[in-house]
Design a protein around this ligand. Sequence first.
Ligand code: ADP
Ligand code: MG
Length: 210
Amino acid sequence: MTMLVLKGIVKTFGNFTLRADFLEIPSGRIVCVKGPNGSGKSTLLNIIAGIVLPDSGKIFYNGIDITYLEPEKRRFPIIRSEKGIFPHMSVERNIKIAKRVDDNELNRILDLLKINHDDLEKRAGSLSTGWKIRVSLARGLASAPGVILIDEGLDHLDPWYIECCLKNLMSYMREKGIIALIVTHRDDIGCDETLVMINGLASLETKRNT
Ligand code: ADP
Ligand code: MG
């Protein structure tokens, strides 16, 4: 089974140390990442994305050691904030730049994110924050990711979108076997479980959310 496994991960910045002794996340699992400011949530996502290298420990995906694999080769897109989009490019270019799915699948993704045909021509920089996050999510999903890392992005979505479509987005990721790690302050995301970060220590809560 496809899985993301972190073993003995340690990363120190000055007097802050992140530790993830053992985390095992199966395919299609949606994990909410919670914890106070400065507890290491973003660092954990950056380590999984390959943007930050751990001082020690290993990361496996699909049984393969990817600890030192370049971020571009992991296909683990990270959605941080509206800054992830290319403002001078059209919505379409922003999404297609990383496209690996076929056109039918892309249409499904656009529908899930409520991006219609006319929207594709708009300049991405002119859009609202909630819109930019949806464009980033579309790009991430269109890359056929193994893992998607969302660092507070969902917290900036418009309430109407959360209401109509967030559940469908989650169902889509489960259907595709995508592992999602979602840093969020919201409690209505519908995650399968919660990963709690406290003072740099990561632990997966065994109790499942609904
Ligand atoms: P969170 O996302 O939970 O708010 P972060 O992972 O951003 O926490 O930060 C955890 C700690 O690591 C903080 O003390 C922060 O200052 C430190 N830190 C994060 N990235 C770096 C870096 N690139 N260089 C130095 N310190 C960093
Ligand atoms: Mg953060």
